[in-house]
Design a protein around this ligand. Structure first.
Ligand code: ZN
Length: 176
């Protein structure tokens, strides 16, 4: 049932949520287990390439937080009386995130498959042009509205097969 969350998966998820910047933050959190935004920034700043500012770190942390990938504990600093936020990864939520992404992709693929199955397509076979459904092709009297070549029947079985394969593969992954 459980998806093994290795660094690769973790980095991919971070990237989906907030780009390359998030990858560095997530990897910093992985190293520290728990860290303040300051600690994360100074860790990342060791890499001279980056121009991260504290606000960037916070912005990304909150994005990750909104997706439940990180959690945050506020503790009062005994000397200053200020709240310090300590951030940590929620690896179990990373699995949930991946599952939701897969569900989302599955829905898109299913919709696309229904569309492909539910229509006949016509095509001028000019690479830059698009396929038309039978209904649209009729409207253009089977002449491509872009290049004006004759529209011919387009067999979309290969597309249907590819979509079905992808869906089967995703469903298998999700049931593991
Ligand atoms: Zn055309």
């Amino acid at each position: 049932m459980s998806i093994f969350v290795d660094d690769d998966v973790l980095m991919k998820v971070a990237k989906v949520i907030s780009g390359e910047e998030a990858v560095q933050i997530v990897m910093a959190l992985k190293k520290f287990k728990e860290a303040t935004d300051d600690q994360i920034l100074s860790y990342i700043a060791e890499d001279a390439e980056t121009e991260f500012k504290l606000n960037d770190v916070r912005r990304i942390l909150f994005k990750l937080y909104n997706h439940s990938i990180v959690q945050c504990d506020g503790v009062r600093d005994e000397t200053t009386g200020w709240f310090i936020f300590r951030w940590s990864l929620q690896l179990d939520q990373v699995e949930g995130f991946i599952k939701n992404q897969k569900k989302r992709i599955l829905r898109i693929l299913q919709t696309r498959l229904d569309y492909e199955r539910g229509h006949d397509f016509y095509y001028c076979y000019t690479p830059e042009c698009e396929r038309l459904t039978f209904e649209d092709a009729m409207e253009y009297v089977f002449k491509c509205p872009t290049c004006e070549k004759l529209l011919e029947y387009f067999d979309n079985q290969k597309i249907i097969d590819a979509l079905e394969n992808k869906i089967t593969q995703l469903e298998k992954e999700m049931s593991e």
